[in-house]
Design a protein. Structure first.
Lengths: 559, 103
């Protein structure tokens, strides 16, 4: 893992001191809200529906146990005993008071963390595959490149006032778990014919009110070219992106309006200028960063304990079957800890749970944790012999729900329970759906199913790429929920299609249930996933399940 | 034709705590929607909003929100304002907790 050098530490500490003075000046009246607001946003502090909200960056979702413990401390000391992990691998605190925020930031700086560039029209937290460095299917660990991008984008003078926010995601695996197709820049690690590692660069993906899938800008950018190439993209966007209309200011609109080929020409032109300016300092730095991401010393241990627990304990077996992923090292597994206990708020962890997870990482997990964009916590490096004990500890703290990748593993944005932009609630819809699936005991039979809920058109809940997407809107002063089907956030990125009219708050859970029951009825075999069945069947049977009676009514009227 | 004026309250967030507050008739700020000044006249609403907006050392983002009369004072009309007046639905935090403490 990367540890701050003297420069990082001094920079972050200095920023906290600046912000402390800014808060003081706001409180004593020297700064107006109009003057203060951009300053607080630069430091991740929003004013939401019920309180301030502090968004803390977790670079590429990687944490040490000490950092996780500090997140728990913040929750306990300055918030209400919990934190909310987000779809951008960050954590949000929903209840801080203004005067406490500089102390919170100082506490974060103590463990090499901050809240800088978690808001504003800048390059946001660079996100990555949450299984990076552990996955068996990976070409290489993408995190050194993510860290290089973090250092380059942090306080980059040219990119502090972009037309709009800018999100970069990176994957080292061909199985895309980082949603790179829905980011302003998506980086997919590839190997060329010579065996050299590089990146396919996608541009102009994004969700929100105008969902678009990223297009390939260049099939292969070498490691040496990465930084100048990304800088060329940002630079071209900064020059040609629109600033007249906030809703048309993201790079996806620039690509769409300029045309991919024309925009590519501008980028290549800029790249030619930039490349010679990168003298190799960045590559030296990359070398230093890479050394810090060296794999831990794997250990050998007998696996009998794991095998006997697997054979004798059905609860452990169910959890192991659902929540473990193949690791690249023999004898190891990747553990996904579900923050989606049925009926709980997706992505929330109490301070105590954070401490438990930190302890587990320290004792059993080479001191590493990850946050996934699907709002779960990962122990990336666990030897299988330790799994029975880990499972027992997780179970004792409400963290052993066996539902990773299943129907109740729902992404939900904070929605109108917290967010000032929201048009409807998301969290209670997710809670009720999960409780219903648990009641029906069908989710293991249903299998892989991604349900994603956003409480407004900005799509923080990634509903466009949910197999079942739910979008909450305000229709004439009443909450209304639209359903989309067939979205896909992986390397085969697809935007879901709307089924038809929306559903009222008390109708949305039964509506989703009807979609799932229709799938169970129509699938060819249990091996055919929901998404595969949707591709084969199309929308018709699901529409029928959702609107059956009213469809018949409208056909009769039309006849 | 201009839209007919509907009754309002002045609401904002507290600068220090960030929580939801309402302007009362006697120029103070209350954390309880029922204490808010119920404004039925459009011109008066504008004056009260200007008054609220001038208190930059105490409040942030003052605006007029639709309200209706209830047995104990003004009540919110839109569901967003109901959530602001009560707190989130997933935990007993926010005003619902504070009001329990005060009860």
């Amino acid at each position: 893992m990367y540890s701050y050098n003297e420069f990082d530490a001094a920079f972050v500490r200095n920023r906290v001191a600046q912000f402390r003075a800014q808060v003081d000046r706001r409180i004593d009246g020297a700064l107006t809200e109009d003057e203060f607001k951009p300053l607080r946003l630069m430091n991740g502090l929003y004013l939401q529906l019920h309180a301030y909200m502090l968004r803390v960056a977790i670079p590429y979702g990687t944490l040490s146990s000490a950092q996780m413990r500090q997140l728990a401390l913040l929750a306990e000391r300055w918030d209400r005993g919990y934190g909310h992990f987000t779809t951008r691998q960050n954590i949000q605190y929903n209840w801080p008071e203004l005067k406490d925020v500089p102390d919170m930031l100082d506490a974060l700086a103590d463990v090499g963390m901050h809240a800088i560039q978690t808001s504003g029209n800048t390059v946001r937290n660079v996100t990555a595959d949450h299984f990076a460095g552990a996955a068996a299917d990976e070409i290489a660990d993408p995190r050194p490149y993510a860290e290089l991008l973090r250092q380059w984008s942090m306080d980059h003078p040219e990119f502090q006032f972009l037309g709009r926010k800018f999100k970069i995601a990176i994957t080292g695996s061909p199985n895309d778990r980082a949603v790179t197709g829905a980011h302003d820049i998506g980086l997919r690690m590839v190997q060329n014919d010579a065996g050299e590692i590089g990146f396919t660069v996608l541009v102009g993906g994004g969700l929100g009110r105008t969902p678009m899938i990223g297009q390939v800008l260049r099939e292969f950018v070498s490691v040496r070219e990465l930084l100048p190439y990304v800088e060329a993209v940002l630079s071209a966007y900064n020059s040609y992106g629109r600033r007249d209309n906030k809703y048309k200011a993201r790079i996806k609109i620039t690509v769409h309006e300029t045309g991919l080929d024309a925009f590519r020409e501008k980028i290549e032109e800029r790249f030619e200028d930039l490349l010679p300016q990168f003298s190799g300092v960045d590559q030296d730095l990359l070398g230093e960063i890479k050394a810090q991401f060296a794999a831990p010393a794997w250990r050998n241990a007998p696996l009998e304990g794991f095998a006997s627990a697997y054979d004798s304990d059905p609860v452990f077996r169910s959890w192991a079957d659902t929540n473990l992923t193949e690791h690249r090292a023999p004898g190891y597994a990747i553990v996904s800890i579900s923050l989606k206990a049925h009926g709980q708020t997706p992505g929330d962890a109490t301070a105590e749970q954070m401490q438990v997870m930190a302890d587990l990482a320290e004792r059993f997990g080479h001191d590493e944790l990850r946050i996934s964009h699907e709002q779960n916590v990962i122990l990336p490096h666990v030897h299988k012999s330790d799994l029975p004990e880990i499972h027992a500890i997780l179970k004792a703290h409400g963290l052993a729900t066996a539902n990773i990748g299943l129907a109740s593993d729902i992404i939900a944005c904070p929605g109108m329970d917290y967010c000032a932009l929201a048009t409807a609630r998301s969290i209670p819809v997710a809670q009720q759906l999960a409780l219903r699936f648990d009641e029906l005991k069908i989710e293991h039979d249903v299998g892989a199913l991604k349900i994603k809920i956003s409480g407004c058109i900005n799509a923080c809940g990634h509903h466009h790429v949910g197999h079942i997407g739910i979008l909450g809107l305000d229709r004439a002063g009443v909450e209304n929920y639209q359903i989309t089907l067939g979205g896909d956030g992986t390397e085969t990125t697809a935007i879901g299609t709307r089924t038809g009219p929306g559903f009222a708050y008390d109708e949305i859970v039964p509506a989703v249930e009807r979609v799932i029951l229709a799938y169970l009825e129509q699938r060819e075999s249990p091996e055919e996933s929901f998404l595969e069945a949707y591709h084969r069947l199309g929308m018709a049977p699901f529409k029928e399940a959702l609107y059956g009676d009213s469809l018949k009514g409208s056909r009769a009227r039309a006849a | 034709m201009s839209r007919r004026f509907t009754p309002k309250v002045v609401t904002a967030n507290d600068l220090f705590k960030g929580d939801v507050i309402y302007l009362t008739e006697d120029d103070t700020w209350s954390r309880d929607h029922r204490d808010a000044e119920f404004i039925e006249d459009e011109a008066h609403a504008e004056i009260r909003l200007i008054f609220a907006s001038q208190q930059a050392g105490q409040v942030v983002g003052a605006y007029l929100a639709d309200a209706t009369t209830g047995p104990d004072g003004p009540e919110p009309v839109h569901f967003r304002e109901s959530f602001r007046a009560k707190g989130p639905s997933n935990y007993p935090h926010g005003k619902q907790a504070d009001q329990q403490l005060n009860a």
